[in-house]
Design a protein around this ligand. Structure first.
Ligand code: FES
Length: 110
């Protein structure tokens, strides 16, 4: 039996806000420059004024060395943006048009 579950958001972005001290063996998204990127992402999402697009701050997503990391559901697309321009591109292409920005996609190894 298949249960149909309604989709709450068209795009729901989870961004890793975890920070660890310098020299920590796991590293962290925060130590790799996440803060200005997530501020930009927050600005982008709020600017859309689209209730079908949401952003949630998360703790560690588990792949710290690859960070800063964000993931967009329901597609489950992981991104590793490095610049605010990358964030703008993800916002314009993925969150607005639904087009995946392939050059910024990362597939974490489990
Ligand atoms: S600290 Fe961001 S994935 Fe672990």
């Amino acid at each position: 039996m298949t249960v149909e579950i309604p989709q709450v958001y068209r795009h729901h972005v989870f961004a890793c806000f975890q920070s660890r001290p310098p020299g920590h063996p796991r590293g962290s998204c925060g130590a790799q420059g996440a803060e200005p990127l997530w501020k930009r992402l927050q600005f982008c999402v709020e600017s859309l004024q689209d209730p079908s697009v949401a952003m949630t701050a998360t703790g560690c997503l588990g792949f710290c060395r690859a960070g800063p990391l964000m993931v967009v559901y329901p597609q489950g697309v992981w991104y590793a943006p490095k610049t605010e321009a990358d964030i703008d591109e993800i916002c314009d292409e993925h969150l607005v048009k639904g087009e995946i920005v392939e050059r910024l996609v990362i597939v974490p190894k489990v």
